[in-house]
Write a protein that binds this ligand. Structure first.
Ligand code: C5P
Length: 223
């Protein structure tokens, strides 16, 4: 495949964590750095794609030449993605979206009171599942960060969310997952194929994922 194998394609990438506010000064979030998503966005840009990067809060410098949409919460990410997905040929969901948010957001800072405090949480919309239901739908790539039973959990998500490919990484392994510059992943496909990969920089993993995306788009074109 040529360097410009994604020319003419519009690729939407989500990256980073989401933050779910509890009150004006507190939130629930996770350790996602955004590195994997930003590497994917930059690599897609280099291959000639028009790129939309929907990013949760990160410290990273946005790569040049792409449309950056900044969001904070999962519900904001949902809006940002769903309003833009129809014009896209590929959506890569590298963001670590919070599954739950505080049911109520306090207008004022919560006060310290009793020894135990119970927080009630509400489920966030699953963006990727909604995308999987679009018709026609863009080529969909998801991520699965797991600490147990990696391959089975990832395969179940691929099927449940109607994805073309899922990048499974065991976040309990050294050099994989959140907040590091390397990853150890395996790629799972709809037809049941599994491609295990060695430890590599997230920048190289991004190139490899986009190689596969390019091939999947070609197959789709032939189908
Ligand atoms: O189900 P789980 O959150 O583990 O699935 C991970 C994949 O689903 C990731 O690609 C993530 O970006 C996406 N996701 C999403 N919306 C959510 C939760 C996860 O798009 N609310």
């Amino acid at each position: 495949l040529s360097q410009q194998d994604l020319a003419g394609e519009t690729v939407l990438v989500t990256a980073g964590p989401t933050q779910e506010e509890l009150d004006p000064v507190r939130y629930i979030s996770n350790h996602s750095s955004g590195k994997m998503g930003y590497a994917l966005a930059q690599a897609a840009r280099h291959r000639g794609a028009k790129v939309i990067l929907v990013s949760g809060p990160t410290c990273l410098e946005p790569p040049p030449g792409l449309e950056l949409v900044r969001v904070v919460s999962a519900r904001q990410m949902y809006e940002a993605v769903m309003t833009r997905a129809e014009g896209c040929s590929v959506v890569i969901k590298a963001a670590a979206v919070a599954d739950y948010r505080p049911l109520l957001r306090n207008g004022d800072k919560l006060k310290k009171k009793d020894d135990n405090l119970t927080l009630e949480l509400a489920k966030n919309p699953d963006i990727l599942s909604q995308l999987g239901q679009l018709n026609p739908r863009p080529l969909l790539v998801g991520f699965a960060a797991e600490t147990t039973d990696l391959q089975n959990n990832a395969a179940a998500k691929l099927a449940a969310k109607n994805l073309d490919m899922i990048v499974a990484n065991d976040v309990s392994q050294e050099g994989a997952g959140f907040n590091v510059s390397t990853n150890i992943a395996r790629l799972l496909y709809r037809d049941g194929r599994v491609e295990p990969l060695e430890l590599m920089p997230k920048t190289r993993l991004a190139e490899l994922i986009l190689d596969r995306v390019g091939q999947l788009l070609q197959n789709k074109g032939r189908a």
